[in-house]
Design a protein around this ligand. Structure first.
Ligand SMILES: Cc1cc2nc3c(=O)[nH]c(=O)nc-3n(C[C@H](O)[C@H](O)[C@H](O)COP(=O)(O)OP(=O)(O)OC[C@H]3O[C@@H](n4cnc5c(N)ncnc54)[C@H](O)[C@@H]3O)c2cc1C
Length: 420
C-alpha cells in the first residue's frame, strides 16, 4: 500500500530536505515536520562563521520561508518535541499533548554537544554552540570589548570559532587533548599546516592538553580554566567544542536498535521497516569498507534526506554518495572529499606555501579521500573520481607536473589502471 502520511521528527537540515524532496518527487500524501526549536528550519554552518561577525543575519540563515511550507502543503510544527514513538500503533506523541499518526516516519533528530565532564562546566560564561539560540548568546558576548576566550576542542566548530573570535579582536586559546588539531578528520600534513595558519592569526593552540576544571567568581562567572598539568589560563568566556552525541533517546525508548547513532541498513531503514533515520543521528553502512559510520555534515543530511524521500516514493536504492565536507577558517576554505581515516599513503599536489594544494590519501593503494585548500576545482574533480573509481594511482599523482584537472581530462585509455 502506498504511504499516505509521512512524519519527520527534527526540523533541521535533514528533516526539511526530506519534506522538500518528497514534494519535489510528487508525493501527495500528508507531510508533517516536527521541530522542537522555535525558529523556521535554518542552516547551522554560518553559526560558527558569518553569523557571529554579523556578516550573515537571521534571514540569511533560514532555509525556507513560511510561504514555502504553505505552498508545498507541508505541516510545520515548531517549538514542540516528539517525546514518544509507538511503533506498533504508528503514532508519535508530542510534548504539547498532541498525537500524530504516520505510515512512514523519518528520524532526523541531529546531535547535541558532548558535555565536558569537569567541575565548573556549569558556570556562567561556559557555552556550547549547536543552535541558533547558542549562537545568539555567543554573538552577544563576542560583540563587545576584547575578551579572553578559551575554546575546548580543536575540531571544526572549535577552530572555526577560534578564527572568528580572533578576527573580532578577542584573545583566543584553543585547548586540545590530542597531539594535533582535527586529528580525527584531517591528515597530519593538513593539520600541521592549518595549525600554523591559526598561530599566524594570533590564536594560541595548546595540544596534548586536557582541561581539569573551570573556576569562577563568587557570582558564578567563569574566570579560570585549569589544565591537568596545573596550568591556569584566565578566561572570561569558555566554549566547549569537543564533538557531538547523536540524539538517539527517542529511538532507543521506542525499541529501535541504537549504538552511537540509530542503526540503519544501506537503505537507511531502522530495525522497524516503516522508520528511517538520517543525518547526524544515523549510523549507516559505509559502502566502501563495509563498516558502519556516522557523519556530521550538511551533504550527508541532505543526501540521505533525498535517498529516503525517493524510497518512500517507491524508488528504493541504497545510499552510496561520496561524503564531502567544507570548513571556513583563517579566511580559507577547506574542502574534503571521501573519508581519509586509516589512510597509509599521501601525495600532495600544488603548493602549501601558496595556500593552494590538495592532499590525496590512499589506503592499500586505493584513493580514499582528497583534502583541498584553495583548489575548489580539485575538490569537484575528486568527488567525481571517487564516485567513478577512475582515480590516479599514487605513482601517477607523484609524477612531476601532475594535476587532477589534466588527469580528469585524459581519455581513460591514457590512464594507468586505477587499481593495483
Ligand atoms: C556551528 C556549526 C557549524 C557547522 N559547520 C558545518 C560546515 O561548515 N559544513 C558542514 O557540512 N556541516 C557543518 N555543520 C554540521 C551540520 O550543520 C550538521 O551536520 C547538519 O545540520 C545535520 O543535519 P541534521 O538534520 O541531521 O540535524 P540538525 O540540523 O541538527 O537538526 C536536528 C533537529 O532536530 C530537532 N530535534 C531533535 N530531537 C527532537 C524531538 N524529539 N522532537 C522534535 N525535534 C527534535 C533538533 O532540535 C534540531 O533542530 C555545522 C554544525 C554546527 C553546529
Amino acid at each position: 500500500m502506498a504511504s499516505r502520511s509521512v512524519a519527520v521528527i527534527g526540523a533541521g537540515q535533514g528533516g526539511l530536505d526530506t519534506a522538500a524532496a518528497l514534494r519535489a518527487k510528487g508525493y501527495d500524501g500528508r507531510i508533517t515536520l516536527v521541530g522542537e526549536e522555535p525558529a523556521l528550519p535554518y542552516q547551522r554552518p554560518p553559526l560558527s562563521k558569518g553569523f557571529l561577525t554579523g556578516a550573515i543575519g537571521h534571514a540569511d540563515l533560514t532555509l525556507r520561508t513560511e510561504s514555502f511550507f504553505e505552498a508545498q502543503d507541508i505541516e510545520l510544527v515548531t517549538g514542540d518535541r516528539a517525546c514518544h514513538i509507538d511503533l506498533f500503533g504508528s503514532r508519535i506523541e508530542l510534548a504539547s499533548g498532541g498525537r500524530l499518526d504516520y505510515d512512514r516516519l523519518v528520524l532526523a533528530t541531529g546531535s547535541r554537544p558532548r558535555p565536558l565532564p569537569v567541575p565548573g562546566a556549569d558556570l556562567n560564561g561556559v557555552l556550547t554552540l549547536r543552535t541558533l539560540a547558542d549562537a545568539e548568546a555567543l554573538r552577544a558576548l563576542l560583540d563587545g570589548p576584547p575578551r579572553q576566550v578559551a575554546i575546548v576542542g580543536a575540531g571544526f566548530v572549535g577552530l572555526e570559532l577560534a578564527s572568528t573570535a580572533r578576527s573580532l579582536g578577542h584573545e583566543v586559546t584553543v585547548v586540545e587533548a590530542q597531539a594535533r588539531v582535527l586529528a580525527r578528520a584531517l591528515t597530519p600534513q593538513l593539520s600541521r599546516w592549518l595549525a600554523d595558519r591559526h598561530r599566524q592569526q594570533g590564536v594560541r593552540l595548546l595540544t596534548n592538553s586536557e582541561v581539569a576544571a573551570l573556576y569562577g567568581s563568587a557570582s558564578g562567572q567563569v574566570e579560570v580554566l585549569q589544565l591537568r598539568d596545573g596550568t591556569r589560563l584566565p578566561a572570561d568566556l569558555v566554549v566547549i567544542g569537543i564533538g557531538v552525541l547523536p540524539r538517539t533517546e527517542l529511538a532507543a525508548d521506542a525499541g529501535l536498535l541504537v549504538g552511537d547513532g540509530v542503526i540503519v541498513d544501506p537503505r537507511l531503514r531502522t530495525t522497524d521497516r516503516s522508520v528511517y533515520a538520517i543525518g547526524d543521528c544515523a549510523r549507516f553502512p559505509d559502502s566502501g569498507p563495509g563498516r558502519h559510520i556516522r557523519l556530521e555534515s550538511v551533504q550527508n543530511a541532505s543526501g540521505q534526506a533525498r535517498c529516503v524521500a525517493a524510497a518512500i516514493c517507491g524508488d528504493d536504492a541504497p545510499y552510496t554518495a561520496v561524503p564531502w565536507f567544507w570548513s571556513e577558517q583563517c579566511a580559507l576554505r577547506l574542502q574534503m572529499a571521501g573519508l581519509t581515516a586509516d589512510h597509509d599513503e599521501t601525495v600532495t599536489v600544488g603548493d602549501p606555501d601558496e595556500g593552494r594544494f590538495s592532499v590525496l590519501c590512499y589506503r592499500e593503494g586505493t584513493l580514499v579521500g582528497v583534502e583541498s585548500v584553495g583548489r575548489p576545482a580539485d575538490h569537484g574533480i575528486a568527488r567525481r573520481l571517487l564516485a567513478t573509481g577512475a582515480w590516479p594511482t599514487a605513482d601517477e599523482a607523484r609524477a612531476p607536473g601532475f594535476n587532477l584537472k589534466s588527469f580528469a581530462l585524459k581519455p581513460p585509455s591514457q590512464r594507468l589502471p586505477a587499481r593495483a
